[in-house]
Design a protein around this ligand. Structure first.
Ligand SMILES: Nc1nc2c(c(=O)[nH]1)N[C@@H](CN(C=O)c1ccc(C(=O)N[C@@H](CCC(=O)O)C(=O)O)cc1)CN2
Length: 631
């Protein structure tokens, strides 16, 4: 895709200076589970410290016209300081929210329990479904502000794929706890050689009268056809030479080596075993469906969903899930190209050039690098740029004065104060002074409030990183409405607004944080997982529900002697383990990070449009839903 220098690759960005109180990546103390053989060496936590760059004495305020001057902070100027590796972006936020020291036990590294407590009874779908049918026009994400409606429904589904998830019969059930099985009873073994549960036979619930008065043993609209089909499925699933005791799933993933060696032979047996268990499970599922055919369509749909989950688990065990890598760099390039086009149009048709003020305080290498990349990206799309760089030692009043200037500058439509600010500056007091209609990051209380309010005004901008995550999901064809989403982290920058955004898109959102119990259990039920906790490679593959979508917001450095810099960037998710389990994952670097910058540009464009009385541009392109891919 694009080769343009967007500052999003690890080559382009400068190493990030550490903060005085760095968040150490908390690596597991427990031994790793036996099965999924991971050759990845444990990264050593890197000592972090404050970047030693001499504080600048000058106050720089430069006005940059589009496509003229080179960046004020050269992108390639990145002193490689192995002892000053980039620190986690989200860690700092998490530090701020929880003053108490974190204990690794708060995010325990352990397998999801095989028998979690029974889920609460699912509410009748009609009583809790959002009023999406009436509110097709309220999907603010892809509509003009003028058509703004209830915040709760503004993302509501109006597409076929959404309806699929919202219809009464297709409400995705909770992942069931393990239940005592009836024969054939395969010996249970961890998924893909790890602690998770393989498909398990379920107890058949006693038949009951179906809703809608259909008590005669049939779903509405063709029970006999369905029954016959299930019988046929059951017959076809029956093993030709059924073994009395189905073999257990093996604890190692099947090998793909040619079958000449004894090891390959053993691997083939492994694969055969897995297939046999899978067939046994399917056969039992079909039998179960036979019983369920006397029940309601909802029961049957739930059972079908469970079967598909079991199939996904089997696919994981067989090494058959192909995890799609969501290319944030490519998507961000696309978004920036769209912003550029719309900027040109805005200038031609209305004579408005979007203007952004970037306020950077201090000499943190990471902040300097991000601001340099933002400046470069803003220049590329044709924005007017005001670049303010203040020394570390700047007084709060002086910073406020600079802020006042850009607040009053009519050429500036969006203001960005790069975070974090030095310790002696009251961050909240500064952010409060940004004019709400120039709040490019959606930090202002009014904008944050509107993000949360049902039926309130729309926020004038959307928080950049969460908006980037949503954009990645949408452009990857991932439907959010009705899905179970777990957000790990509750920072003001990512976790909190992310959860609100997803809630407004009709997701069922669970927020886990440093005080949450049994994070793995929450994760094992999530269709979509968004991780922003600032702990290197914290989320394990075995915790995840097969086929889920993983968005990794973390940026952490770990020591890597093979690199010239002495470190490399990793996310909050154990990427290697997630491959083959999740249906999609964002990499680090090259995932969410570049989207943060692209969405900032989009925010500023929209602020400029709104300042001219124009509606904001749609944030979304319709894309077909993507199902998990099997190899
Ligand atoms: N005012 C703000 N401050 C901060 C924000 C923010 O959204 N507004 N977010 C973060 C930092 N950030 C943007 O400012 C940011 C972080 C990471 C990236 C990025 O492109 N990362 C690359 C890797 C970069 C590297 O090699 O170091 C990637 O993930 O691929 C962009 C922006 C805190 N402050």
């Amino acid at each position: 895709m694009a080769t343009e220098d967007d500052g999003s690759s690890s080559e382009q960005a400068a190493p990030k200076a550490a903060t005085p109180e760095p968040a150490e990546p908390k690596e597991p103390k427990e031994p790793k589970p036996k099965a999924r053989p991971l050759k990845r060496p444990e990264p050593k936590p890197v000592p972090k410290g404050q970047g030693p760059g001499p504080p600048r004495k000058r106050v720089k305020q430069e006005v940059d016209s589009p496509s003229h001057d080179p960046p004020k902070v050269p992108v390639k100027a990145r002193p490689m300081t192995p002892t000053l590796p980039p620190r986690s972006v989200s860690a700092k936020q998490e530090e701020k929210e929880d003053s108490a020291p974190k204990s690794p036990a708060k995010f325990p590294r352990k397998s999801p329990p095989t028998s979690p407590p029974s889920p609460p009874a699912e509410p009748a779908s009609s009583s809790w479904r959002p009023d999406w049918k009436e509110r097709d026009e309220d999907k603010w994400w892809e509509t003009d502000w003028d058509r703004w409606g209830s915040w709760s429904s503004r993302h509501s589904a109006n597409s076929g794929s959404s309806a699929r998830w919202s219809s009464p019969g297709s409400v995705r059930p909770w992942v069931r706890p393990a239940e005592p099985s009836s024969p054939p009873k395969p010996k249970q073994a961890p998924r893909a050689g790890k602690g998770a549960s393989p498909p398990k036979p379920r107890n058949v619930p006693p038949p009951r009268a179906g809703k809608g008065g259909n008590t005669k043993g049939g779903c509405k609209g063709g029970a006999m056809g369905f029954k016959a089909a299930v019988q046929d499925l059951s017959r076809r699933m029956r093993p030709r030479r059924a073994s009395r005791t189905p073999p257990a799933l093996h604890t190692t993933p099947p090998s793909h080596t040619p079958s000449a060696s004894p090891a390959a032979g053993a691997a083939a047996v492994d694969r055969l075993s897995v297939c046999q268990v899978q067939a046994a499970n399917l056969r039992q599922s079909a039998q179960h469906l036979l019983v369920l055919s006397s029940r309601t369509a909802k029961d049957v749909t739930q059972e079908l969903t469970r079967i598909s989950q079991d199939l996904l688990a089997s696919a994981v065990a067989l090494g058959k899930i192909q995890t799609r890598i969501i290319d944030g760099k490519a998507v961000s390039t696309q978004v920036r190209a769209e912003v550029k086009e719309m900027t040109e149009q805005l200038q031609q048709e209305h004579g408005v050039v979007p203007g952004i003020a970037m306020i950077l305080v201090g000499e943190r290498q990471d902040s300097k690098s991000y601001v340099a990349n933002k400046t470069k990206a803003a220049r590329e799309v044709g924005f007017h740029i005001v670049d303010v760089h203040l020394p570390d030692s700047v007084a709060q009043e002086e910073l406020l004065l600079e802020l006042q200037k850009v607040n009053e500058d009519p050429k500036v439509h969006g203001i960005l104060v790069q975070l974090p600010l030095p310790e002696h500056i009251n961050e909240g007091a500064i952010l409060k002074q940004i004019r709400v209609d120039k709040d490019a990051d959606c930090f202002a209380a009014e904008n944050v409030g509107n993000l949360c309010l049902k039926g309130g005004d729309p926020p004038l901008a959307v928080p950049c990183t969460p908006a980037g995550c949503v954009e990645l999901l949408q452009r990857s064809g991932v439907e959010v409405a009705g899905k179970s989403v777990v957000v790990l982290g509750r920072s003001n920058l990512v976790g909190m607004p992310m959860a609100q955004l997803l809630l407004s898109m009709d997701a069922t959102v669970t927020v886990c944080h440093s005080k949450s119990q049994d994070v793995a259990r929450h994760l094992s039920r999530a269709d979509i997982v968004i991780v922003a906790i600032g702990q290197a490679q914290f989320v394990r593959g075995e915790w995840l529900k097969p086929g889920c979508v993983v968005i990794d917001v973390g940026i952490n450095s770990v020591a890597d002697e093979t690199k010239k810099s002495g470190y490399r960037l990793v996310g909050d998710v154990n990427y290697a383990e997630v491959l083959g389990v999740a249906s999609m994952v964002t990499p680090v670097p090259g995932g969410v990070g570049p989207m943060t910058i692209a969405m900032l540009l989009k925010n500023v464009l929209n602020l400029a449009r709104q300042s001219a009385g124009l509606p904001r541009v749609p944030l979304r392109r319709e894309v077909p839903a993507v199902e998990p891919q099997l190899a």
